[in-house]
Design a protein. Sequence first.
Length: 330
Amino acid sequence: MTGSRDLIPRQDASAVRVRARGTSLSRRHAPAIVRHAGDSAQFAWEEFFQGEIANHHTRKNYIHAVRKFLTWAEDHGLELVRITPGDVGQYFQELPLAVPTKKLHLAALRKFFDRMVNRHVVVINPAATVRAERYSVVEGKTAEIRPDQARTLLRSIDATTTVGRRDRCVLSVLIYTAARVGAVARLGIKSLQYDGSQYSLRFVEKGNKAREIPVRHDLQLLLLDYINAAGITEGPLFCTALGKTDILTNRPMTGIDICRMMKRRLREAGLPTHYSPHSFRVATVTDLLEQNQPLEDVQHLAGHADPRTTRLYDRRRRKITRNIVERISI
């Protein structure tokens, strides 16, 4: 009688071995405190980080937060199944991080232990009843670049070169669409679309959410001029340059590349270098709100799910405060 091993075609058997090897490698990455809790705990660890969390950045942040806590638990001689809310509370009291970061770490632990409860590794979620410190934000911390500074920055760029045209377009897209730098970096030539009446840019934002933003006329002219000069017919819209030459490669600019380019352009224009691409979002949101544009419209342009997030970008309150301070007659 043929053994069960012979029932699996050679290619399938190889695939099974690869999957098994991948699974064992993934489980070996679990901390010792999880491995000592048994197979169910290791399965829940893999299920949570490899199956449940789809976003790469969320997975990276959550695994860092959970590993940090479990390392602390191991150092204090705790077992996974015996961790209590008091232990979690003590951990956060000792954790030397900012309140927003603590909230992120607490969210990661709650989700992680929820999965452990679902897989019957622990009886209760020890992080469920733990409360983080209160944290209220009235105004965001991102520095706002003034409209006159943004105009100075754009005018300072030598647009007779391909790289100059590229940089002017990148900064203009950031200003006139209020898009996040990561979404701008992901733009391809096919992201610029024409429907017969107007051009638009199709962005892929946080959480893989697609948004289409109309291109104003002056930005349209800049983009078409850059595309024609660079000879772009396919691939990324904004590519890196070959060293210090004026030749563009096929490699797309990353968000970090755009940040570095902006710092360099700010320096060359004699402007403060503490500004970032996110400063343009702040400036654009504030500018539109100053023109009494409806908050809902500005929120939609910025791609915010909650209008309270849009209000964090509003710097009008800061200007009122300065105005009051200037009136002090002491």
